[in-house]
Design a binder for this molecule. Structure first.
Ligand SMILES: Cc1cc2nc3c(=O)[nH]c(=O)nc-3n(C[C@H](O)[C@H](O)[C@H](O)COP(=O)(O)OP(=O)(O)OC[C@H]3O[C@@H](n4cnc5c(N)ncnc54)[C@H](O)[C@@H]3O)c2cc1C
Length: 405
């Protein structure tokens, strides 16, 4: 059953079990899994066109290389769902465009290489499958374009890239849900047995609401005493067109410099520097990119992959995409109800990793919606910000530190 676009909320046949605010990748994943639980779902989207903000600007990368076991688990689960996406959405023709090219975190410095090796050991113990530490000939055989002085790398072959367009199409084609566009929610009011959602097209009554509004989620929790603790950040990625970049080259992260590149159809995508991720006041759409980004991007990928000197001289095109998202206090997603408003749920705070974690997040949240139960001790719960437990920041969430390791 494909997603139905309705013109006005009052065209709804009945009061929905769940309203999902936002049609980004997180909102779509939530609505898809909730509809699979048999719930009636209405997605409310402020823009005239669905999924047109941050989710369209992502690097489309997926990795399960994380430090903390719960982040490893949700990413591994999500990548597995993408791997078998055709089955999930009941249409084998609609794969998620998953290509396991691998993620390679590499260094030219002995102390950083030793830290990568130690991290690989910790990750394997924490349940990360397929992680390996490479050095010497094994490393240079895996990635022959690496500079000769690269001494060690963490590598996981199952990490890679997906296609956001294919995923959006797959979810939309397979969810029994309604979507209303051009309708901005400005307030959420819990009421007896449900919620009342105040929108630019009037009030909508529902059994529960899921805030999946990306960077704009933070404003929707004003007035709730136990809101998730999140800040807004912006990040950029440069897309370049050039001939000869091998399409199966692993995503390469220079942990010494903090740069990242990965091959793309007809070129590559580059994040020049993770410290270029800045916290901003509000979730501005398309915030201004930094001038000189292209030169900076080229300068930061050449030391580890010297072939970039050659490619950079022959670039056919380049453009920068910038987007904003919500970063939680510990860098892990926030998935669950508000402690003081049990019918108001959060699916957000993915801290720059919403594409690679949202299938697992959508599935988990939908289960809570269907069962009406959640575990306040869960590491993704909203309770974690308020119950006095010590939060351990995810070291591999680049937005909490200046450095990706
Ligand atoms: C440059 C860049 C590179 C990235 N690379 C990756 C990557 O490689 N891998 C990865 O996993 N992640 C990556 N990310 C992060 C990823 O893009 C986000 O985590 C993800 O897109 C968040 O999805 P979302 O659905 O929460 O938000 P969004 O895509 O922003 O969607 C939110 C939706 O909610 C709507 N909305 C907001 N407020 C309201 C309201 N009041 N009423 C109704 N609707 C509302 C918006 O219009 C929007 O459509 C990257 C991000 C950037 C910027």
């Amino acid at each position: 059953v494909p997603l139905r676009i309705i013109q006005e909320p009052d065209q709804l046949r009945s009061r929905p079990d769940v309203v999902v605010i936002g049609s980004g990748i997180v909102g779509l994943a939530t609505a898809f899994f909730a509809s699979r639980e048999g719930l009636s779902v209405l997605i409310v989207e402020a823009m005239r066109s669905p999924t047109s903000l941050t989710s369209r600007r992502s690097g489309e990368g997926v990795r399960a290389q994380w430090e903390l076991p719960h982040n490893i688990a949700i990413a591994q689960e999500s990548i597995a769902l993408y791997k078998h996406f055709g089955e999930l959405v009941g249409d084998p023709a609609n794969d998620a465009g998953y290509r396991p090219i691998g993620y390679l975190y590499a260094s030219r410095e002995p102390h950083a290489a030793a830290a990568l090796k130690a991290r690989v050991e910790r990750q394997a113990k924490a349940g990360l499958e397929g992680i390996e530490y490479l050095e010497g000939a094994a490393l240079h055989d895996k990635a022959p374009l690496l500079a000769a002085d690269v001494i060690g790398a963490a590598f996981r072959g199952g990490d890679g890239v997906i296609s956001i367009d294919r995923i959006i199409a797959g979810y939309k084609g397979a969810m029994d849900a309604d979507l209303v566009l051009d309708t901005a929610v400005h307030a959420i009011k819990p009421d007896a047995g449900g919620v009342s959602i105040e929108s630019s097209r009037g009030s909508i009554s529902a059994g529960a609401v899921v805030v999946a509004a990306g960077a704009k989620s933070i404003g929707l929790f004003k007035g709730f005493a136990y809101a998730p603790v999140m800040k807004t950040a912006k990040s950029s990625i440069m897309r370049v067109k050039a001939e000869g970049i091998p399409i199966d080259h692993p995503t390469t992260i220079d942990v010494d410099i903090g740069s990242f590149w990965r091959p793309d159809e007809g070129g590559a995508r580059i994040t020049a520097s993770f410290s270029g991720t800045l916290f901003v006041e509000d979730g501005v759409d398309d915030p201004a990119p930094e001038p000189g980004y292209l030169n900076h991007a080229m300068a930061t990928v050449m030391p580890m992959t010297p072939r970039w000197k050659h490619w950079s001289e022959k670039l056919l095109d380049s453009h920068l995409r910038t987007g904003t998202f919500a970063v939680s206090e510990d860098g892990a997603p926030v998935i669950g109800p508000l402690p003081d408003a049990p019918n108001v749920y959060v699916n957000g705070g993915y801290s720059g990793h919403g594409v690679m974690m949202s299938p697992g997040g959508g599935r988990r949240l939908s289960k809570m919606l269907a069962d009406g139960r959640h575990d306040p001790a869960d590491p993704f719960s909203v309770e974690r910000f308020h119950d006095g437990r010590k939060l351990v920041p995810e070291a591999m969430t680049i937005h909490l530190t200046d450095h990706p390791n």
